[in-house]
Ligand binder design. Sequence first.
Ligand SMILES: [Zn+2]
Length: 679
Amino acid sequence: MNPLFELDDPVPFDRIRPEHLVPAAEEAVADARARIDAIKAESAAHFEPTFGVFDDAMERLHRVMVIAGHLNSVAHSDAVEEAYRDVVRLSSEFSSAISTDPDLLATFERVLEEDGEMRADQKRFATLTVESLRRSGAGLDPDPRSRLRELRVRLSDLQNEFGVNTLKATNATRFHLTDGSDLDGLPERHRAAARRRAEEAGEEGWLVTLQQPSAGPFLQHAHDRELRRRIHEARTNLAVSPPHDNRGILQEILELRAEIAGILGRETWAEHVLEESMAKTPQAVLDFIEQLTGATDPGWEQDRAALEALAGELGYERVEPWDMAFLSERLRERECAIEDEEVRPYFELGAVIDGAFEVARRLFGVELRPAALPAWHADVRTYEVLREGEVVAHLYADWHPRDDKRSGAWMNRLRAGGPRQDGTVEPHSVLVCGNFTAPDDEGRSLLNHDEVTTLFHEFGHALHQCLSTTRIRGLSGTSVYTDWVEVPSQIMENWCWEPEALALFAAHVETGELMPDELVERLRATRHHLEAAARMRQLSFAALDMALHAGPVAEDYEGTLRRAQRAAERYTLRPEFARNQFITGFHHLFSGMYSAGYYSYLWSDTLQTDLFTAFEDDRLFDRETGDRLVREILSRGNEAEPIDMFRSFMGRDPDYTALVRREGQAASAALAGGGPAGG
Ligand SMILES: [Zn+2]
């Protein structure tokens, strides 16, 4: 029996095999197709037998899709990859058929018009669904409509292939070091990890891979500049040649997107995408980028001067791209008098997880209990999430890198739960994944503060889903605009910077002593250290994204590459910094969901910084404010326009200068205290 036919919760991961995926997708598609036929045959003008049935049908298909995609990301094998490719094709053929179905659109338009008894959430779902079908071309004539369907299927295949190529190219390159002096500067724990990697591969010496936990520290610490250059270049030249070549794929993706936008009567892909966003138009995004760049410039001038001065001291002729992480880390050590390694003993993974849970308990009354749920790997930790004594979600957490797992950190939902028609509450099913520092010989995973921040971030996404109480699944939790979805995740990051919150979990792994106040202060100083430089990097990606998606497509890959590089130049130390061909590994734009959407990270950071001011002045753990955040924002998913949710919580409009203001305050606080460098 195919365990995926049951769609049980919890998901029976222990019984799912690659060969189950395609039949399950076929069944889910057949089931959804039958329901769609029933909707079109429906004569009454009521929400439930039409939009309601549609919501259920899409959720069922979504679950099979997500499970297949998830296994492809965390338990990758040729069999899973092949099955996933077929599942994606089935699902996108189906989605594209229904989203361009004129009869379905006509039925929905009629019900939206005639059903005068819809609740507000139903009305929103109905309106969004109709708009989305129109945006998909359901209102077009047959010829352009069928062309659109072809294009979408092809696009989906290519985006998948782009991701697979990136993963394979990342795994295909390893640096095998045999001379211990090649690792000079690398802290002992990273040396040991490189040694372990070599042993596992049955080799002498040390292995450095292109995955972040390996390459990242190497670029930050290794003295050998030539090796840093080689690793940097390998990372920024991913998938630019056979057998894992993304160049043609990327170009075709851009061309397909432009053609799709054109058929829908839009100038550019960005115009099409941004209709479903908080920003609404490409111009609003370009203005935002421009405004934030201007505000970041003065800080950037200081940061680049500091980097260049240090390079001079070290005898470098000039700063090269492979020096940036190294110089940043040295400056951080010097100016904040802190080393990554100094804080790791205070951030043992288990303690950090408990800390994140404790923050959620105090703020939102959420409790997390370990629960033995079937999972895809022995490393996965599984929990029940409770609020007011009720199980509202199942949570899976998979935190360490493996060869069969893609890089990065992410959250996904396997199932949208929440209150159902019959009055019961179904638990959500949510997963978070990361690629944190692997456990040492004693089985302890000691995180740096970036990893702690990432954990809180993904946990924030998870809470957004777990706390969702929308009745309509399609509006549930994280099913929100891309430029709003990062707000709940980014706001949680604040709690790993506040002394009062760190005191809950930052205890030394050996002595159990809390992180000393002076170390907390030095850590806090790092938050705004080189922040302008980091923001410029984000701005460069946002600008590059808009350059590729908010104008006509270049003639060929070389032209696209040049355009991307030119767009990034404004934000880099020197124009040649933009010359790396990083677009062929840019998963967000070509395989993930962030095309014409990379600005979202900065946009939502601005909004969350503003929202977080509600927790300042001794309200860091104020339950009343926390509950209000749940009530007005976290529980509401996509039930209202984000701007309206923002206003309900804050009682005013957003302050788009919030980010710059936060830095300003930090800078004046540092000046008033004489700055951390003196101590
Ligand atoms: Zn995120």
